[in-house]
Design a binder for this molecule. Structure first.
Ligand code: BES
Ligand code: MN
Ligand code: ZN
Length: 497
């Protein structure tokens, strides 16, 4: 899909579709203009159709008198005073989805909406981003692809020429973020027989080749990790025929002297649970257990495309968690790269094992901030559902920045405690630490974060548990690409201040 910005009028614009909003009962300025030009046809028909302007609700009008466009698409946003970034994106995505089989060109008048906390450029960025997200499809493995080609060109209408030229950067930003999101979704949706650790590493290398001036990619295999002493990581990858890989991507967009932000993603390309085998129902969804790593790759792609002036190191800790004769047993004790020993009581708590060694490894970068991203616990889904990700950090400042980035990007997060009182639950009679709480399942997302906290004392750190938000289940199951938007917004905020 191609994007452009243009100053234009809804009633006279010759195009396939004009997209306008209705917020609750209130017609947007352009919707009112269309209504006036068509002698009140829009308001009249909306009333008849019982259209209430609810978020994402849509109504199409064909060949209205007095209107130059072939058709008009009205999209609901919910009450205007409650409209935020998330709501604007929902409307833009719903519009694009509704136009999959329509004329190939459309002009969107959604940027005129008054959205809480967003200026015009941010609204442009959100519309572009959501439109690209809304047109995402994953049909690589379908013999018969959908014949609908989708929108070819979307013009975002702006009030004047100055806004059109000022908005170009926002447009490019929205595009870069959306491509990063869709890239993360592609990786997440790949089946686990194809998307194994080596495949993920190859994807990173390809990305590095495309952006060889700003992106360096390095891959450590199991022999390298053994030499380093990454006993916890290897305890997970050992049971699999697929070799575990630690993928390191260095994006150099900022000053040489500037300490990097380090992102560490959990990349379990399939999580059977290992010897602590998971129940069979829905186990296929554990192909998404690499969505933390996919988000890191998506962020690196978006950074390279946007050229954001920051230094970021992206690390993907990739392994497959399988039961086999070589697999780790419950009761095994391993030595982590940090020197701390871990008694592995449950091989299904594998994410923290690959992450703890990766988190120790990256201290060599003397990071300004470290954020790990992981589909870490079912307990986080129980606590927060699929709306917000779990944010765990001892730093109030970092928490505030990430919470703000979540609000502004519509990819929200919610702070959870990492109090010392929870640490006792991880005591082991035999090793320095157990890999699961011995006090039962209560607070499972927190005790998982507390495990990681023992390996992140040398720097400012946050952990995002994305087990709930990384994919949608059910008939239309698919990776969401979250939290690429949150992380990109956070990095942008760092540059702006
Ligand atoms: N990948 C899972 C967490 C998960 C579960 C994500 C369901 C999304 C949906 C993780 O490796 C895991 O198995 N965690 C265990 C930890 C437990 C053994 C302490 C869990 O959540 O049950
Ligand atoms: Mn597991
Ligand atoms: Zn897992």
């Amino acid at each position: 899909m191609e994007f452009q910005l243009k100053q234009c009028q809804a009633a006279t614009e010759k195009t396939g579709t004009v997209i306008v909003a209705v917020s609750g009962k209130e017609l947007s300025p352009s919707a009112r203009e269309l209504d006036a030009a068509s002698d009140g046809q829009i308001a009249h028909a909306l009333k008849g159709a019982g259209f209430e302007g609810k978020p994402g609700q849509i109504q199409m009008f064909y060949a209205l008198p007095g209107i130059a466009a072939e058709q008009v698409l009205v999209v609901g946003t919910g009450e205007l005073k409650e409209l935020d970034s998330r709501g604007l994106q929902r409307a833009a995505a719903a519009a694009v989805k509704a136009l999959a089989k329509a004329p190939r060109k459309a002009v969107s008048f959604l940027a005129e909406l008054d959205v809480k906390g967003l200026d015009l450029n941010e609204r442009i960025g959100d519309i572009v981003r959501a439109s690209l997200e809304g047109s995402y499809r994953f049909d690589e493995f379908k013999s018969r692809k959908s014949p609908a080609k989708g929108l070819e060109q979307l013009t975002v209408a702006v009030p004047d020429k100055a806004a059109a030229s000022a908005g170009k950067k926002a447009l490019a930003w929205g595009q870069a973020v959306a491509r990063g999101i869709n890239r993360a979704r592609d990786l997440g949706n790949q089946p686990p027989n194809i998307c194994h650790p080596t495949y993920v590493a190859e994807q990173a290398k390809l990305l590095g080749k495309t952006h060889d001036k700003t992106l360096d990619v390095k891959v450590l295999g199991e022999a390298d990790m053994k030499k380093l002493g990454m006993g916890a990581f290897l305890a997970v990858s050992h049971g699999s025929e697929q070799e575990g890989k630690l993928v390191i991507m260095e994006y150099k967009g900022g000053k040489k002297s500037e300490a990097p932000v380090v992102l560490v993603g959990k990349g379990i390309t399939f999580d059977t649970g290992g010897i602590s085998l998971k129940p069979g129902a829905g186990m296929d969804e554990m192909k998404y257990d690499m969505c933390g790593a996919a988000a890191v790759l998506g962020v690196m792609a978006a950074l390279a495309e946007s050229g954001l002036p920051v230094n970021v190191v992206g690390v993907m800790a990739c392994a497959e968690n399988m039961p086999s004769g070589r697999a780790t047993r419950p009761g095994d004790i391993v030595t982590t790269l940090s020197g701390q020993t871990v008694e592995i009581l449950n091989t299904d708590a594998e994410g923290r094992l690959v992450l703890c060694d990766a988190l120790t490894y990256i201290s060599r970068y003397k990071p300004a901030v470290v954020i790990d991203i992981a589909t870490l616990t079912g307990a986080c889904v129980v606590a927060l559902g699929k709306v917000v990700s779990g944010l765990f950090t001892p730093s109030d400042d970092l928490a505030a920045e990430l919470l703000e980035a979540g609000q502004r990007s519509g990819d929200r997060t919610w702070r959870m405690p990492v109090l010392a009182d929870y640490q006792e639950a991880l005591d082991s009679p035999f090793a320095d630490i157990a890999n699961i709480s011995t006090a039962g399942p209560g607070g499972g997302a927190i005790t998982a974060a507390c495990f990681l906290a023992r390996f992140t004392k040398d720097y400012t750190w946050a952990h995002l548990d994305i087990a709930g938000v990384a994919w949608n289940s059910g008939a239309n199951k698919s990776a969401t690409g979250r939290p690429v938007p949150l992380l990109m917004q956070y990095l942008k905020q760092r540059v702006e201040c």
